[in-house]
Structures are given as structure tokens and as C-alpha cells.
Design a protein. Structure first.
Length: 255
């Protein structure tokens, strides 16, 4: 069931979204060569704590997971696509890092992700990240009343495929509200004009995930969480929580 949010509730979700934006900014600022992924998680925890917010990631355990998620951010490096668990790995020059973060504040959730490079960037990584951001922007632009979920999926997928990148099969965005994952699902590829019609008050997490090698294949690490490219190529992830409104898309996790 899709819960339509009122304008006041969307404003309250924006407050949670601002916390997410600040946490991602803090992580990005802390991400230097030699810094561990645990330290990045700590930077996000400090922001959440200071805002009086909690993490919808910490302790989250969907059916596929062997253990609850142990951190407040997903930290996925290089060939890790999503759901990377922060550990003692220390960032190296040229690493590509994707950070996914959520915050719960006042009973509402915000969810966003960003990808960036550490140290001297590889041109191919910059192109991959730019394409992920362009795909996200295209998906957001399609999130208007009267369109359908398929229009968002088609917009995202077209940008990714035109650039020659792969899209991990079966993973995409979702509704957001009182909990982190709500209806409807938002695929990263699909035919336009199909699926649920978008209405004002719907709030969606739109999140392109791109595989540089062009294949859609991935595998899960032994930790039961981290999704990794099979061909060893790098991956990027971009995400915003977006409200569908009569005045157009409203990005709730923007800085």
C-alpha cells in the first residue's frame, strides 16, 4: 500500500533529509587517503547523534541478510556496488567510494547516497559518477504527477545504457516514509508509461546503480550484504529521497 504524505508531513520528512545530507557531507569531508571505513561511519554517527536522529540502517535485517546491518552507512569501495559494511579497510589513492546513509527523525525517514573519488581520480571513475548523477537527475525530472513509475525507470535506464554501463538486476529505488522501504518499488530500467501512476504526496527514493563493465552481473560477499561486480569493474551509486508534488519534484535530501 502506498501512503500519500501531506504537505506538512513532507516538510517533516525534509528535516530528516537535511540530516542525511549533513551526514553525507561529513563523510565526504572525512574521506581521505589512510582513513578507515569505520571512521567514515563514525563521522556519520556524530551527525545523527547531534541532530537527535537515529539510523534506519543500524540493526536492519531483511530476509536475505544473515546478520543485522552493523553500521549507519553503507560504504562500498571500487567494485562493491552497494551494501558494503564499514570495516578497517583504509582508503587508498584513487579509490571510488559510494556512501549510502539514512536518518530517522520525528518518525520520518530520509535516504540518500553519493559516490566520489579519493585522492587522484581516474577519468573513467569521474565519468561513471557523472553518469550516475545524470541518471538520478533524469529520474527525478520524471517524478511528476500523471507520469508512471515506468517513466522514472525508463529515464534512469536510458542514461545508464546509453553510456554503456550495466545495471544490477533486481535492485532499484523504493517508497520512503515512516520506514525506510515502502511501496512502490522503483526499478532502474523499464518501459515508459507502465506501472503505478504518480500522485502528489508520493515520496520515493530514486537510486541508480551503475556497473562500469557494462554487464548486469553481481555476486554477494560472504558477509551476506556486500554486492560486488562479477567482472571486477567499478561501480557507482547515487540516490535522493524525492517527493512528488503538484509543483514538481521536491528533493528532500538535498543539502
Amino acid at each position: 500500500m502506498v501512503e500519500l504524505k501531506t504537505n506538512r508531513e513532507i516538510d517533516e520528512m525534509r528535516a530528516a533529509g537535511r540530516v542525511v545530507a549533513r551526514a553525507l557531507a561529513a563523510v565526504r569531508k572525512a574521506a581521505e587517503v589512510g582513513v578507515s571505513l569505520r571512521e567514515l561511519d563514525s563521522a556519520a554517527r556524530t551527525v545523527l547523534r547531534g541532530a537527535g536522529a537515529s539510523s534506519p540502517f543500524l540493526g536492519y535485517r531483511p530476509q536475505f541478510a544473515p546478520v543485522p546491518f552493523p553500521a549507519v552507512v553503507c560504504a562500498s569501495v571500487n567494485d562493491a556496488i552497494v551494501h558494503g559494511i564499514p570495516d578497517d579497510y583504509r582508503l587508498r589513492d584513487g579509490d571510488l567510494v559510494s556512501i549510502d546513509c539514512g536518518a530517522e527523525l520525528g518518525g520520518w525517514v530520509g535516504d540518500a547516497a553519493v559516490s566520489f573519488t579519493v585522492g587522484r581520480p581516474r577519468p573513467a571513475d569521474l565519468r561513471l559518477i557523472e553518469t550516475a548523477e545524470a541518471a538520478l537527475a533524469a529520474g527525478i525530472a520524471a517524478a511528476v504527477p500523471g507520469n508512471r513509475i515506468g517513466d522514472i525507470a525508463h529515464a534512469v535506464g536510458t542514461v545508464c545504457r546509453t553510456a554503456g554501463y550495466g545495471i544490477p538486476d533486481g535492485f532499484g529505488g523504493h517508497g520512503v516514509g515512516r520506514t525506510m522501504h515502502e511501496d512502490p518499488g522503483v526499478p532502474n530500467e523499464g518501459p515508459p508509461g507502465r506501472g503505478m501512476k504518480l500522485r502528489p504526496g508520493m515520496v520515493l527514493a530514486i537510486e541508480p546503480m551503475l556497473i562500469a563493465g557494462g554487464t548486469d552481473d553481481y555476486a554477494c560477499d560472504a558477509d551476506g550484504w556486500t554486492l560486488r561486480t562479477v567482472d571486477g569493474s567499478r561501480a557507482a551509486h547515487a540516490e535522493h529521497t524525492v517527493a512528488v508534488t503538484a509543483d514538481g519534484p521536491r528533493i528532500l535530501t538535498a543539502r
